[in-house]
Design a protein around this ligand. Structure first.
Ligand code: ADP
Ligand code: MG
Length: 227
């Protein structure tokens, strides 16, 4: 049987701030199948970002097990881990996280450079990703010369340029006006439907969550409701 894209088994994440322990996840169980489009909602502080960090192998659980396509990142070498993050997963953040002095094209080429893809191929694939997000004409612009919505679309191009199988988006429309937000949501939804990418979107915004087939609500570090 095919392994789920993401599986959490009784996952705890306890941050330590000096002597104070902050439990961000308290025995979280969730399974996300390949090709699913899931929205994660819940009040601020409920553990949504912590969940995404663990799902993307950016951090490890205090207790319990995280499996990404059936594999346990806590058992991987550093090299396997960086390969997993670079090849399997694309991240999209609320604040876009583009590098200001690089053009859109250069920002999108960056993950391929890290992967060691040669210059010509890098250029070709980055242009293709920018076309996919409708920004080929803006490829030589720097982030500051682009609107918020355009910057987020560049960030999405950067996330998909390595052809990841999973996209994890943390409040991707949190800094956008409603028209740009709608464009970004349409784009992410299209990537899920047309490319079959597993899409997990953390959001406060019901309109950002709406196209998801499944809405998971978190509270106090666990799932408390699904529909
Ligand atoms: N790096 C960290 N160090 C200490 N506490 C943290 C850290 N990251 C998150 N937390 C705490 O963990 C809880 C869950 O945070 P988070 O996962 O960011 O929630 P959400 O994304 O739903 O707002 C909060 O109480 C937050 O303050
Ligand atoms: Mg958060």
């Amino acid at each position: 049987m095919e392994q789920p894209a993401i599986k959490f088994e009784n996952v705890w994440k306890i941050y330590k701030l000096g002597r104070v322990e902050v439990p961000a996840l308290r025995g979280l169980n969730i399974e996300i199948k390949r090709g699913e489009h899931v929205a994660i909602m819940g009040p601020s502080g409920s553990g949504k970002s912590t969940f995404l960090h663990l799902a993307g192998a950016l951090d490890r659980p205090t207790r319990g097990r995280v499996l990404i396509e059936g594999r346990d990142p806590s058992k991987m070498s550093d090299e396997e881990l960086s390969r997993l993050r670079n090849e399997l997963i694309g991240f999209v953040f609320q604040t876009f996280n583009l590098i200001p002095r690089l053009t859109a094209l250069e920002n999108v080429m960056l993950p391929l450079a890290i992967k060691g893809v040669n210059g010509e191929e890098r250029m070709r694939r980055a242009k293709e990703a920018l076309e996919m997000v409708g920004l080929a004409r803006r490829m030589n612009h720097r982030p500051i010369e682009l609107s918020g919505g355009e910057q987020q679309r560049v960030a999405i191009a950067r996330a998909i340029v390595t052809s990841p199988r999973i996209i994890l988006a943390d409040e991707p429309t949190g800094n956008l006006d409603s028209a740009s937000a709608a464009e970004v949501v349409d784009l992410l939804t299209r990537l899920n439907r047309e490319l079959g990418v597993t899409l997990v979107v953390v959001t406060h915004n019901p309109e950002t969550a709406a196209p998801a087939k499944r809405i998971v609500r978190m509270r106090d570090g666990v799932v408390y409701e699904e529909n």
